[in-house]
Design a binder for this molecule. Structure first.
Ligand SMILES: [Zn+2]
Length: 249
């Protein structure tokens, strides 16, 4: 990520009334902006999560039952939302690893944006360089394309009435120009991440039920706190989440 001078950073949006956070997989939103969402939920924002894929590639076990994995990951996502103080979770159930920003998926994202009518949308930065996972790129592009389609009534006229959000925050941003202070809410983000128990091994480096699990969990927490400290330091804060902010929607 590039690190601009503090003078070029904006800090802490006004608490938004209605928020939609869009992620490729169960857990992406928590990693990208979980503490910001928890902060806003505690302050009264009406927040919905949209998970685009079914999470069906999220296991290193070649013998895993895929239907069971999808079911477990949905339940984990709902528990994670609970930990953030969020009730509404929507799933579009595209096949994990096969997400595309094609017109059909764009229409579905547009339809969700028009139904929820958020002031603030959050999603992956599709312009992030050297990122390997294609779903994260496509999810970011779908977020951009969905916002563009949602605001204009001649896009997908059968998908609800037009709605233009005020702000778009991109997480895992290529260029950072906005930081949210998450000092009071980082613990909620960590609790939400731990709700994704099926991902402990592959994503968080924790071998569940092993003698090392506690030490590995502590190491994971240290990693999350270090990342928040690095983002916060950009704006002179103890703990932050960093974004690219787009307001000309
Ligand atoms: Zn992901």
């Amino acid at each position: 990520m590039s690190s601009p001078a503090a003078a070029q950073l904006s800090l802490d949006l006004p608490v938004p009334g209605r928020v939609l956070a869009i992620g490729a997989h169960p857990d992406d939103v928590e990693f990208g902006c979980g503490a910001t969402l928890a902060k806003w939920a505690a302050a009264g924002s009406d927040i919905a999560l949209l998970v685009l894929t079914d999470g069906s590639k999220g296991s290193w076990d070649p013998d895993t039952d895929i239907d069971e994995l999808v079911h477990v990951r949905r339940a984990e996502q709902r528990s994670a939302a609970d930990a953030l103080g969020i009730d509404a979770v929507h799933f579009l159930e595209a096949v994990d690893g096969e997400l595309d920003h094609d017109p059909k998926m764009r229409e579905r994202v547009c339809e969700v944006i028009r139904a929820i009518r958020p002031n603030t949308v959050l999603g992956h930065d599709p312009w992030k360089r050297y990122r390997l996972h294609p779903d994260h790129f496509h999810a970011g592009q779908l977020t951009i394309d969905g916002v563009v389609a949602a605001r204009d009534p001649h896009f997908f006229p059968g998908a609800g009435s037009a709605h233009r959000p005020d702000r778009l925050l991109l997480f895992e941003a290529e260029v950072i120009d906005h930081v949210e202070d998450v000092s009071p809410s980082l613990d909620a983000k960590i609790a939400a991440l731990f709700a994704h128990r099926s991902q402990w091994r592959s994503t968080m480096g924790i071998e569940p039920d092993s003698p090392e699990a506690d030490a590995q969990a502590s190491e994971f927490v240290r990693r999350v706190r270090d990342e928040a400290a690095t983002a916060g330091a950009l704006a002179g804060l103890a703990l932050g989440e960093a974004f690219k902010l787009l307001t000309d929607l």
